[in-house]
Design a protein around this ligand. Sequence first.
Ligand SMILES: [Zn+2]
Ligand SMILES: [Zn+2]
Length: 396
Amino acid sequence: MDGKNVIKVRIQRGTAQIGGVCTEVFTDQARIFFDFGTPLEGEGNQDKLKIDGLTQGVANTDAVFLTHYHGDHIGEVPDIMSGIPVYMQKISRRILQAQQEHKESVGQVVWAKDIKELTTGEAITIKDLKITPLASDHSACDSLMYLVEGHDKRILITGDYRLHGFYGDRVMKTFECIGPIDLMITEGTNIDRESPFSHDEKWVEEQFIRILKENKYVFLLTSSSNTDRIASFTRAVPRGKHALADGFQTRIMRIADAEREEPFKSHKLWPYIEEKRDQYEQRGFGMVVRTGEKFDSIVKDFFDKYPEDTCLIYSMWSGYKKLTNMAKILAYGEGRTETIHVSGHITKEDLERVIDYVAPCKLIIHHTDGENSKKNIIIPNSTLLLSPADGEVIFI
Ligand SMILES: [Zn+2]
Ligand SMILES: [Zn+2]
């Protein structure tokens, strides 16, 4: 094959590690990238990706598309040479900017303001490639999948996704209607974990409702950018009680809610004001907290004063429990903490279901450390599972 009039794909990083993914799709005319992340701590090669035409040398990249704002997908974006357009879903971009502005005083550069905004479902054409952003479902707000079309070929890049979120049905519908796919590049974070009876976000919301009924004061410890989780917590706060966060978290939720369908918006969330403490104590509340001194003292106060009426919900990946600041806040609620969480990533069983529906001609599973487990996944006979190494070129 001489490479003329074909689409080529090169997984720059991510074939054998979760973090730091970067996928290149190119033709004789166009060169585009999807995600440009940082490796997870201690996983895989920690060196920064150096790519001619993207991070060094003479720029020859037409665009970079980001699936969502988690660091393992965007962490190395600041290394992209200036002048190369970077695209992201609009709400997701605004949340990222708000996060960066929040940390500006401690040296964070607010580069998200230079990112171009995409609207879900609205395709853009770059030379001989058409790129359509598709709605997804992940633990990051308004994350995207991308459909890339050109030269009679169609490539689906899933990004991080799942079927057990609030929009699982919508994601499945997308797969059912997507049409023939020549190459599907899917994440496989949970590929080596059997989870036939896993819970979903609706279950999480039911647990929030129960805990908020059983306890007058409830703290939720979760990622500030897991907006679906936080919105469902605020919806679970009973009438008459306060739904609280700090100013930053409230701002994030206002951005996330702006174009959200009514059933998925947050409810009555307001910033915690110390002067209103009497009201909060009197009526009870559900409050979103993070690590750090500001929240430590509030959480500690309520556990000291009302040990029988206070509960802390831990709602994120269990691995973070070991972090020093996390261990500190969790210690205040020792014996009164519930862990309520589901993954942002597709289960092995759902991944098999999706592959069966999409029935791509070729399949690449990246964003996984379960290299050997790829062999155990059940895929249709018509699908060829490719296992390229990082940097290897694949002709579609
Ligand atoms: Zn992610
Ligand atoms: Zn990821």
